[in-house]
Design a protein around this ligand. Sequence first.
Ligand SMILES: *Cc1c(COP(=O)(O)O)cnc(C)c1O
Length: 215
Amino acid sequence: MAVNISAYNIIKSYLDEQHVQLVAVSKTKPVEDILELYHLGQRDFGENYVQELVEKAEKLPKDIRWHFIGHLQTNKVKLIAPFVQLIHGVDSLKLLKEINKQAAKSNRVIDCLLQVHIAQEETKFGFDEEELKMVMEQLEDSALNNVRITGLMGMASFTEDMELVKAEFQTLKAIFDQYPKLSILSMGMSSDYKVAVAEKSNMVRIGSLLFGQRV
Ligand SMILES: *Cc1c(COP(=O)(O)O)cnc(C)c1O
């Protein structure tokens, strides 16, 4: 079994101390691995692919809180709307409207994070600061009653340059601070979660340190 129990215990107690929530990113990993952490008390798990998430959710305990952290396509929202806990990467108003529509069908209010583009790579998704401002304004007078924007999510550049990563997290934190109603700041992964926590992230998404490298 590839689950690193001692890494989990160390990371978990460090994050508890810092009052940071841990989302264990289990994409591509088998349900047995998820259950191992579940039995240690972990309840928040993150997945990137809709089909995979739906299949795992069916097989696993119902008190798991599933986080969707991948790039969500509008035509797949309906598959996860009945049960998803938090959607991290909302990057368009169109997607948010679809989440609202599907949440209403399930009689739910779905918590969402807006993704902010902070990395240098063009390939990463998300709003820039200006776009975010526009979306937040539009949301104030839109009647999207079945979604709740609870925070922001961002991914730093894929680099060994931790000064750059730190600067990107600081940028995101500064944007986050402009919206006092938001409570969740989802930033930090295996390679940079300590930098993220130092910059006041309060939710990290960690995969490979817990479950081993993905192939
Ligand atoms: C895969 C993934 C993670 C986890 O990455 P690790 O480097 O394995 O910790 C975190 N966030 C997002 C958005 C991901 O896609």
